[in-house]
Design a protein around this ligand. Structure first.
Ligand code: PA5
Length: 442
């Protein structure tokens, strides 16, 4: 098991016996998920990570990453939501949150098309001046406005730089059969990868959507998939007492029923910041419907102890924390003794920063529990691709089980579609005239 769970800082509020009491409900939700008998069951392709990519497609993906790396100093990854967050989260977690600034043999990666900011796109282009560039454009629907607008700007840049050879600098990842992006890819001759029909955006990190950019950063994507595949066997067990994924789902559902409406995902390393963003999308889009669900938020510790810390300790009692602790970091630094002890820190002499961080984790969990904010602590041994794949799947499965326990369809996102349609209408997209008229009457 590549992840462990500690309920020490929750037990006072939600006892093990209470969690056990709702095991039948949680097991029923797990059965619905695995039996593909619930709402949204057309979108369960992610349940089997080993089957998501055929061996041939995985080898082609790795070859494509090598080709792009050989021809580019920087690769611009265009996508939004599920077509962006997983890749960026994995690169920052597994390589570095400072990925573009560290010495490396792999190309810089810039994530664009996840906003409509002119200055952001212009700044990225200016950062790539003097480097050869390629573009990976990712959109399942092939019509989302933000990435489509960014891609149109980038196509111009590629044509200016590479003329008739521009198409060899583009890879498109989209639906197998429909959408403007697919039509463009066919017309221009871009290399393409398919987003499986039965995988929604926020569950797509282990499809080419996440894997191609992650492979470009030099990560062993096969280990990532192997971790997720092992987690899949683990999470499928109906033994509630040993299945920590089911226990986590039980705890968070009970916390919601007890009036804790915000789940704060807390990391203790900046490498986790974008993974927390991925978690916010995963749980927010999956559970936040029919006026139900936990609101997912995040905090980076110890940084945010100096901003949100006061509220967590002593503000409205609406929160609980899900903490992700990393056993061993990728670097080790220690506090050294200094003559005269000018800053009074010699009591820490010889202590690794990792140990200081771990002691801070415990100190904070104790303080927050005394203040009335409970925590669930998940610990992953290290920052390896295998363990990260395991953790991603753990959260995806917990999300599916939690959503069914809550009584929502965890696999659609009607709220996201609503804003997309309104945006088309207000921008004057053909076919949206009636909606535009309705909106202008409002
Ligand atoms: O999870 C989802 O389905 C959404 O967040 C989508 O990923 C996001 O809206 C982007 O959609 P698309 O890939 O169609 O451009």
């Amino acid at each position: 098991m590549a992840l462990s769970i500690d309920f020490t800082y929750l037990d006072q509020m939600i006892s093990p016996a209470r969690r056990r009491e709702i095991a039948p409900e949680i097991l029923a939700a797990q059965k619905t998920l695995l039996g593909k008998s619930g709402a949204g069951s057309d979108f369960l392709g992610w349940l089997d990570p080993a089957a998501l990519n055929s061996p041939g497609e995985l080898s082609r993906l790795e070859a494509c990453a090598e080709r792009l790396a050989a021809q580019s100093g920087a690769v611009l990854v265009v996508g939004i939501g599920g077509s962006y967050l997983g890749a960026r989260a994995a690169v920052e977690y597994l390589v570095s949150p400072l990925y573009n600034s560290i010495p490396k043999k792999t190309p810089d990666l810039w994530f664009v098309g996840n906003d409509v900011s002119a200055s952001h796109l212009a700044e990225v282009l200016s950062a790539c001046r003097g480097q050869e560039i390629s573009v990976i454009v990712i959109s399942k629907s092939g019509t989302t406005t933000e990435p489509a607008v960014a891609f149109r700007v980038l196509k111009k840049e590629l044509a200016r730089r590479y003329g008739g050879d521009a198409a060899s600098h583009v890879v498109a990842i989209t639906d197998r059969a429909r959408g403007a992006l697919l039509a463009m890819a066919r017309a221009e001759g871009y290399e393409t990868f398919v987003i499986p029909d039965d995988v929604g955006g926020r569950f797509s990190v282990l499809t080419p959507v996440g894997l191609l950019p992650i492979a470009l950063a030099g990560v062993d994507v096969r280990s990532l998939i192997a971790g997720a595949a092992d987690a899949a066997s683990f999470c499928a067990s109906p033994d509630f007492d040993s299945n920590i994924c089911l226990q986590y789902a039980a705890a968070r559902n009970l916390l919601l029923r007890a009036g804790r409406s915000v789940e704060l995902f807390c990391g203790w390393n900046p490498c986790f910041t974008m993974t927390a963003e991925w978690l916010k999308q995963l749980f927010g889009e999956s559970e936040g419907k029919d006026h139900k669900g936990l609101f997912p938020a995040s905090a980076a510790f110890t940084t945010d102890l100096h901003s949100l810390g006061q509220f967590i300790q002593d503000g409205s009692r609406i929160l609980f924390e899900t903490v992700v602790s990393i056993g061993e970091d990728t670097a080790s630094l220690s506090v050294e003794a200094e003559d005269g002890d000018p800053d009074g820190l010699n009591y820490l002499a010889g202590m690794p920063l990792g140990e200081i961080n771990h002691r801070a984790e415990r100190a904070v969990a104790m303080a927050h529990r005394s203040g009335g904010t409970p925590s669930i602590i998940l610990t992953t041994p290290s920052r390896s691709a295998y363990e990260y794949g395991w953790m991603l799947y753990f959260f995806e499965f917990a999300c599916g089980v939690s959503g069914y326990t809550l009584g929502v369809n965890p696999f659609d996102q009607p709220g996201v579609e609503d804003y997309k349609k309104n945006m088309f209408a207000l921008l004057g997209k053909p076919g949206y005239e009636a909606l535009a008229a309705q909106l202008s009457n409002k």
